[in-house]
Design a protein around this ligand. Structure first.
Ligand SMILES: Cc1cc2nc3c(=O)[nH]c(=O)nc-3n(C[C@H](O)[C@H](O)[C@H](O)COP(=O)(O)O)c2cc1C
Length: 209
């Protein structure tokens, strides 16, 4: 499938065929698309939880508007946004900076200062602001995973329809450290894809010369 074909194939799948499972190799490909996604300042402020436990999925569904995608999908990915680890230059951020073997030690030092100034200057240690910033990166990873899946003929549905506090609780998250950004089930459609509605290109795009 070429790229635009994959974009057109992808739709918010409302129910999956429970008898069809994604192969391990194809699911690795989807995860890899998420892992390779871009992130603000390259901090990859996400973690991917793959929830295959049926009882846990039932509990997630119960706090997610009872959406059937959650229990019928082949693979359920919950993307977690980092909070504490990107609050300032702690162990995680330092590791992310230091891994750059291509950078000289003085550049690494400069970067640590830049990251510290950026993180504290922009978010001032406010968990809510940091969570929203991290979440934006999680959405980019989610989008790439969904398009990657579509390129293989695999369906998905981005899910934001959940009670955030309840879901964080069910997953046993310490919300000062991590919070759920978005839930993405993957699998195979049970029903035909509905017509796609989008604004016209001329309405969406404005050119400035
Ligand atoms: C961030 C986000 C959250 C969404 N949450 C839900 C959801 O909880 N349940 C659902 O069925 N669809 C959800 N959707 C799907 C949208 O309703 C859907 O993408 C949109 O109506 C366009 O339809 P299409 O994706 O099928 O082309 C969400 C989409 C996005 C981008």
């Amino acid at each position: 499938m070429n790229f635009l074909e994959a974009m057109k194939f992808r739709h918010a799948c409302k129910i999956f065929d429970e008898n069809k499972k994604i192969s391990a190799g194809e699911f690795d490909f989807i995860l890899e698309a998420g892992r390779l996604s871009p992130s603000s300042t390259g901090l990859e402020q996400w973690d991917f939880l793959v929830v295959q436990n049926p009882q846990l999925r039932q509990k997630i569904r119960a706090v997610s508007w009872d959406q059937p995608q959650i229990t019928t999908c082949s693979h359920l990915v919950v993307i977690l946004a980092k909070v504490a680890e990107v609050k300032g230059v702690g162990k995680y951020v330092e590791k992310m900076i230091k891994r750059r073997e291509d950078k000289a030690p003085d550049i690494i030092g400069d970067r640590k200062k830049f990251y510290g100034d950026f993180l504290t200057g922009r978010f001032g240690g406010n968990d809510e602001l940091i969570y929203h910033w991290s979440s934006k990166q999680c959405y980019i990873a989610a989008a790439n995973m969904m398009t990657a899946a579509a390129s293989l003929g695999i369906d998905s549905c981005p899910i934001e329809g959940f009670d955030e506090a309840a879901l964080n609780g069910i997953l046993g998250l310490d919300t000062s450290k991590q919070r759920v950004a978005i839930v993405v089930p993957f699998g195979y459609r049970l029903k035909p894809q509905p017509k796609k509605y989008r604004r016209e290109i001329n309405d969406v795009v404005k050119w400035i010369y």
